[in-house]
Design a protein around this ligand. Structure first.
Ligand code: ADP
Ligand code: ZN
Ligand code: ZN
Length: 671
């Protein structure tokens, strides 16, 4: 009989402490724990699940300090060495401890369930019939450009990043699906990962995939699954049963033992960047993962990010183009600029736009009004003393939400009733200033009482499932006028829409953020792209005070190529990304001075040839929820030099044990 004897498990735990911890385990030699398995341990007086990254026979930790691991989740196949390498790379690159990268991505149930409960889940999965028939159904005939793209992607071997640059409505989805069909057929166990930027886009694509591949198991991974579902889907991917995994950015860290193709739809979308905690770019990690596995990856967009465009220009990525819309007779909409100085808007709407909406109503076609601002009005003010509704906790305003009779801060969620009179001078005449989607909706109701008007924004879709219900209503044709924020601008294939009105895009023209024009251009092209997708002639009307602005000129001509080249040239001259690599150190404290003081110390604590460390400055929105925030930008023309510096710098900063809360973001999007 084999006697158990102790071995030591090196376990990564989800904590900000940059370390792996040793635990003792009575090893049955026949069943020695494996790297990549999960183990239950007690840590800081709690039971937590950690990831085994090493199994060794000796440890430096003194015996009296060693604790026993409580259990090893041996019923679960270990995470593969490749997956561990992916998590390790992300941890390294974004300068976070491994546990903070590897563990939060795992389904909560894997971490909290008792062994018995876990076995029951697992049993459920084992009973699931796994269909295994990759034959696609209802394949439409591709046009020649699509066919070339689908064959190039589906037939690719090895690490081949492809930028699929296709105008809105050019049928990129169909290219992905037919490339998938080729991979599923060629690779008997092969898995495919498809990422979309926003959760609202999953149902449309999920429907397409299920209809196309009825004999293939599809798993979805996004934040609105229940814990039970999430666990089931994650396991289906981990066990290789799910051949296609469709998800939002968090799915990039899912375990896919037979991954053979990655698809990143709308690759330019900022939602691929996680904006808190581990601030990773799912798109960038996807490219790394494809390189690691030496598999093809396709990045699709009508308005590629300048980073990807740059790679395509320099030949690092292969560029495939779809220049025309796929549906017969469908052409890109005619884009017109409406000069608001000449055609003065009433209730935010110029007479041109009103007339165009009326025409659509008469023809029974749909209109979309796009305004990237929710609420009724961004602020209320007193005309006699100048009081405005500022948030008491943030450097921002309280937004008027009229249907709910509230003022709301969109940054700290502070809420209050609408005051009856001015808090400063008592004047009862306080007025909303500017307009958000609710006010536009109200104005439209007054103008077109017979029309069916639907607003889609974060407020109207708070209830689970309500966003999907709203989009379905539009698809069924039960809406005449749709009013919405960026939620409606992306990806949706609205077939009856022939007019897009863009209400107030000018503010972004003068933003200090150097990425603002790239983002505005993409947004305008994307929202314009919702019109005329079924072959009915369509138009886009942009209301602006700056009709001469070159950005609008580029939108009118659907001219991404030139616009992107011009922007890239500007970036090169100004030494900005993608010609420069950046990291941002943020600090927050009750007092701004404390945050600045910490950053100054951070700036001065290291020698740094080849690295530019800028001066600390307050963030544009300095105060949020009574906390002041400042930032320090670090730059280098060399990514490896920046990485090497950051690594050492983080060690030094962690040693300082400052009480200021700070965090580092590598490749920041908003600076
Ligand atoms: P994109 O993602 O490029 O904006 P979609 O993939 O949504 O475009 O496709 C736009 C429309 O074109 C969809 O309604 C799709 O069904 C249709 N479509 C795509 N390919 C073809 C094709 N080869 N023949 C006919 N219709 C197509
Ligand atoms: Zn007043
Ligand atoms: Zn606030």
């Amino acid at each position: 009989m084999n006697n158990p004897r102790p071995c030591y498990l090196q376990i990564a735990i989800d904590t900000p402490l940059n370390a792996v911890f040793d635990y003792r385990w009575q090893c049955d030699p026949a069943e020695r724990p494996q790297v990549g398995q999960l183990a239950l341990v007690s840590f800081a007086r709690r039971e937590v699940v950690g990831l085994i990254v090493g199994v060794v026979d000796e440890t430096d930790v003194p015996m009296e300090k060693l604790k026993d691991a409580l259990a090893v989740r041996s019923q679960l196949a270990p995470l593969s060495a490749q997956w561990l390498a992916l998590a390790g790379f992300a941890a390294d690159y974004y300068q976070r401890p491994l546990g903070e990268v590897a563990l939060p991505g795992l389904p909560k149930n894997l971490r909290v369930l008792t062994t018995v409960a876990l076995d029951r889940a697992l049993k459920k999965l084992a009973k699931l019939e796994t269909p295994h028939d990759p034959t696609p159904s209802n394949m439409p005939v591709l046009n020649p450009q699509q066919q070339i793209a689908a064959d190039a992607i589906g037939g690719a071997q090895g690490f081949k990043p492809t930028l699929l640059y296709g105008v809105t409505g050019s049928g990129k989805t169909e290219v992905y699906l037919q490339a998938c069909a080729q991979v599923l057929e060629r690779e008997p166990d092969g898995q495919i990962l498809i990422l979309v930027p926003e959760i609202n886009l999953t149902p449309q694509l999920e429907g397409n995939i299920r209809a196309r591949f009825p004999g293939v198991m599809l798993a979805t991974l996004h934040s609105s699954l229940s814990e039970g579902e999430r666990m089931l889907h994650w396991l289906a991917a981990h066990q290789g049963k799910a051949r296609i995994v469709l998800g939002t950015r968090l799915a990039i860290l899912s375990s896919l033992p037979h991954l053979k193709l990655i698809v990143i739809d709308e690759e330019h979308d900022p939602s691929y960047k996680q904006q808190e905690g581990l601030r990773y770019s799912a798109r960038d990690l996807a490219v790394w993962r494809a390189w690691q596995l030496q598999i093809p990856i396709v990045l699709g967009s009508a308005t590629p990010s300048l980073e990807s465009w740059h790679h395509a220009q320099s030949g690092r990525y292969r560029k495939l183009e779809l220049r025309e819309r796929a549906v017969q007779n469908a052409v890109l909409p005619t884009v017109k600029l409406i000069d608001m100085e000449r055609d003065k808007p009433n209730d935010g709407l110029t007479s041109h736009l009103v007339a165009a909406i009326r025409q659509r109503l008469e023809r029974g076609e749909q209109s979309l009004l796009f305004l990237n601002r929710r609420g009724y009005a961004p602020v209320i003010c007193c005309e006699s003393c100048g009081w405005i509704s500022e948030c008491t906790r943030c450097t921002s305003f309280m937004v008027l939400h009229r249907p709910e009779h509230r003022l709301r801060c969109h940054h700290c969620s502070l809420e209050m009733r609408i005051p009856r009179h001015c808090p400063t001078c008592g004047n009862i005449d306080i007025q909303p200033l500017g307009r958000g989607t609710q006010r536009v909706e109200e104005g439209l109701q007054a103008l077109f009482p017979e029309a069916r008007i639907l607003r889609i924004d974060a407020d109207s879709t708070r209830k689970k499932g309500s966003a999907q219900e709203a989009f379905d209503t539009v698809h069924r044709g039960e809406v005449d006028i749709l009013v919405g924020t960026q939620m409606v601008a992306k990806g949706h294939d609205f077939k009856r829409l022939t007019l897009v009105g863009i209400m107030n895009p000018d503010t972004a023209l003068f933003s200090q953020d150097y990425r603002a024009s790239e983002r505005l251009f993409a947004q305008l092209m994307q929202v314009s792209g919702r019109a005329g997708r079924a072959g009915i002639p369509s138009e886009v009307l942009i209301q602006t005070r700056y009709p001469q602005h070159p950005l609008y000129g580029a939108v009118v001509h659907h001219d991404y190529d030139h616009f992107a080249s011009a922007l890239l040239e500007e970036r090169e001259q100004a030494a900005l990304p993608p010609y420069l690599f950046q990291a941002l150190l943020r600090a927050e404290a009750r007092e701004l001075a404390t945050a600045i003081e910490f950053l100054t110390m951070a700036r001065d604590c290291m020698q740094h040839p080849g690295i530019t460390i800028n001066d600390p400055i307050p963030m544009t929105m300095t105060r949020v929820h009574n906390v002041d925030r400042a930032q320090l930008l670090v730059e280098s023309p060399s990514r490896p030099a920046l990485q090497a510096f950051l690594k050492e710098w983080m060690l030094t900063l962690r040693e300082m044990k400052s009480r200021v809360k700070w965090s580092l973001e590598v490749d920041p999007l908003d600076i």
